[in-house]
Write a protein that binds this ligand. Structure first.
Ligand code: SF4
Ligand code: SF4
Length: 469
């Protein structure tokens, strides 16, 4: 049995004020009786340090909305409201609750617990309209998830053979392609340009500690990244191959930015790359309208790994505002099924990114057909960076972020991935799947809302439409 993959998490709070949901305010009619200090188990209410006769301002960031202090205050001096900052940061895809959840997972590395009952909607856009089959959840051996049963979250990146060929003497004739083993079906994608040096170093260090990779444009690869060279995927254009041949020689994986010229000359580019290094090559391509056609052509030309990048909300890129851009869930399914129908799915590994915002998106993307995902913005949210969607993607870095030591930032990213790894194990355990690679394309183990909706009401509404016509 392979060694169990373990992520060491450690409580790592940051002394920064992040988003919080509820604001508690204390009115002037407070008589400083101190009853609220006793009833709030989260210690939102404390006395002033300099003058214990008075109450300090409530620490509303820790409030869990239990209402107890409001009910128990003898003077009705406490009021609770939704924090305006929380409301302002709520986007159509990146919800404020998601930002807070990512921040907390980075703080302690634990699986988030929503508390007494789920009061949210049961379906929504994209991955929210997809439910995984949890029929194994009551299985007696489920306790093995974190114990004696081994569930592997490992995947391989690279081209695989459809079958093996042997000669008459039983000698293997097939050439086995180089693949790269990853213990977690996640790589890191550089979430934004112009990040402070300590943030970039923490991303690379965390990738190394987790035994995964960080994709970095070659232009930004300074000497500071040398200690993490084994865990960095240099991203370049095919025109830069000669310029960076020394760097490519030692890379374990390399990534090429897609353009039309690359598609026309991929065989030649591949020969050139293989002349420099045996590292598997990733082609990074935007998730445009006809991405499945391009992916198919690339695989027929010998592409071994393709990284398909949707926009930061998981939407098809370059779609017209008037059209309905596809969601990443549907893009993954379209690409996967296209390759399956052509009998070439196993010849390529597919990485998807854009809109991978929560732990559950990783197994859901795999069920739709991804081999693994690339994560970007959640890594920054883990470090206290705020994301606003309107009018376009807008990141607000907390004051003082550039002075936080690299080990602290690294641990927060490790914590986030620790929490995601635990959630992946929970989902796989509940589905009765013991190997992450077997999640790929298992759509029979998931329910898609739009399909159920169509099955249940489709005919009814189609008939209505026909009657109206
Ligand atoms: S319980 Fe009410 S009156 Fe007493 S200290 Fe708290 S806010 Fe003030
Ligand atoms: S509502 Fe509950 S959690 Fe929030 S401050 Fe009051 S007692 Fe504490």
């Amino acid at each position: 049995m392979p060694k169990k993959y373990h992520i060491s998490t450690k409580a790592t709070p940051l002394d920064l004020e992040y988003l919080f949901k509820f604001r508690i305010t204390r009115g002037e009619n407070c008589i400083n009786c101190g009853k609220c200090t006793k009833v709030c188990i989260y210690e939102a209410h404390k006395r002033e340090i300099g003058d214990p006769r008075k109450m300090a301002a409530p620490n509303t960031a820790v409030c869990r909305n239990c209402f107890r202090c409001i009910q128990e205050c003898p003077r009705g001096a406490l009021e609770k409201s939704l924090n305006q900052d929380f409301l302002n940061s709520d986007g159509s895809y990146w919800k404020s609750n998601m930002l807070i959840s990512l921040w907390k997972q980075a703080e302690d590395g634990k699986v988030p617990v929503s508390g007494a009952g789920y009061r949210g909607p049961f379906t929504g856009m994209g991955f929210d309209g997809m439910w995984t089959d949890m029929s194994e959840i009551v299985r007696p051996t489920r306790d093995g998830i974190h114990g004696r049963e081994y569930i592997s979250t490992a995947v391989e990146l690279g081209r695989k053979l459809n079958h093996l060929v042997f000669d008459a003497d039983g000698k293997l004739l097939s050439r086995i392609f180089d693949t790269v083993h990853l213990p977690l079906p996640i790589v890191f994608d550089l979430p934004a340009e112009n990040l402070p040096g300590n943030v970039q170093a923490a991303l690379a260090k965390a990738a190394a500690e987790l035994d995964t990779f960080l994709i970095l444009p070659v232009a930004g690869l300074t000497k500071d990244f040398e200690p993490y060279a084994d865990n960095i995927i240099p991203l370049l254009t095919h025109k830069e191959i000669d310029q960076y041949s020394a760097l490519l020689k030692n890379a374990r994986l390399a990534a090429l930015q897609y353009d039309g010229e690359l598609l026309n000359n991929y065989q030649a580019v591949k020969v050139k790359m293989k002349g420099i290094s045996s590292a598997p090559v990733i082609i990074r391509i935007p998730a445009g309208k006809d991405v499945e056609d391009t992916v198919s052509q690339l695989v027929h030309s010998g592409a071994e790994i393709i990284h398909i990048v949707a926009d930061y909300c998981g939407l098809e890129v370059n779609g017209h505002a008037s059209s309905h851009p596809r969601l990443i869930k549907d893009i993954i399914r379209a690409v996967h099924l296209r390759l399956v129908s052509e009998g070439i799915r196993d010849e390529v590994s597919l990485i998807f990114s854009g809109g991978i915002a929560m732990a559950e998106h990783v197994p859901k993307a795999m069920i739709c057909g991804a081999d693994l995902t690339a994560v970007d913005l959640p890594l920054l949210i883990a470090l206290g960076i705020r994301l606003y969607e309107e009018p376009e993607k807008f990141l607000v870095l907390p004051e003082g972020l550039e002075n936080i030591p690299v080990p602290i930032l690294t641990q927060r990213i490790v914590n986030l991935m620790g929490a995601w790894h635990s959630q992946l194990l929970e989902v796989m355990g509940a589905m009765g799947i013991r190997e992450a690679r077997r999640l790929r394309g298992e759509t029979g183990r998931a329910i898609f809302f739009e399909e159920v909706d169509e099955d249940t009401f489709g005919k009814l509404f189609k008939n209505r439409e026909a009657v109206r016509l």
